[in-house]
Write a protein that binds this ligand. Structure first.
Ligand SMILES: [Zn+2]
Ligand SMILES: [Zn+2]
Length: 185
């Protein structure tokens, strides 16, 4: 059994948090870590007690949903609310932070960002991180740590599709199965 790395462990936390997101546009999770300990976490959602996008639809202005607070902000504000210092901390995010979160992360004294997915990476955000000496590292999330049989499952499905293709089943039916399989992995 392979031991999960710290990076994958914290990224998995962010991935899990993203599943709590209430905005249908994008599910994002963020975990703030100091000295290998989780000090806060957040996901993108409405203010506490507010309407949720998943119930009321997004409130879109200039192509942005203004109802939600971003995951990174929520994690930082959790620290503010409970008086937890963020200086010299690190943050694990499922998606590359937007410009607003980028500035908040820098200003909160966070020194390193790990992100799992590129998301409209703004060149100005990259420039600001560099200026502020905040390290940015791409850490793709590896589902195999949470589901150790993930690769085996994928290979089995691929094999089944191959056999279907070689069978007498209609092309359309096989294509349907193939699409369904692709949607799963
Ligand atoms: Zn929304
Ligand atoms: Zn943001």
């Amino acid at each position: 059994m392979e031991r999960i790395s710290w990076n994958q462990y914290f990224m998995a936390q962010s991935q899990l948090l993203s599943l709590r997101s209430t905005c249908t546009r994008l599910s994002v999770g963020a975990t703030i870590v100091r000295d290998k300990r989780i000090i806060a976490g957040g996901y993108n959602g409405s203010i506490a007690g507010g309407d949720h996008c998943i119930d009321q639809g997004c409130y879109v202005i200039d192509n942005h949903c203004v109802r939600t607070i971003h995951a990174e902000m929520n994690a930082l504000l959790q620290c503010a609310k409970f008086g937890v210092p963020t200086a010299e901390a690190e943050i694990y995010v499922t998606h590359f932070p937007c410009l607003q979160c980028c500035k908040a992360i820098i200003q909160a004294g966070i020194k390193k960002i790990y992100y799992a997915n590129d998301y409209k990476n703004h060149p100005y955000a990259e420039e600001l991180f560099q200026q502020a000496d905040v390290q940015v590292e791409y850490v793709p999330y590896d589902i195999n740590f949470i589901d150790p049989k993930s690769d085996q499952k994928r290979r089995l499905v691929e094999e089944l599709i191959h056999r279907l293709e070689a069978s007498n089943l209609g092309d359309e039916e096989v294509a349907e199965m193939k699409n369904a399989a692709h949607a799963l992995f």
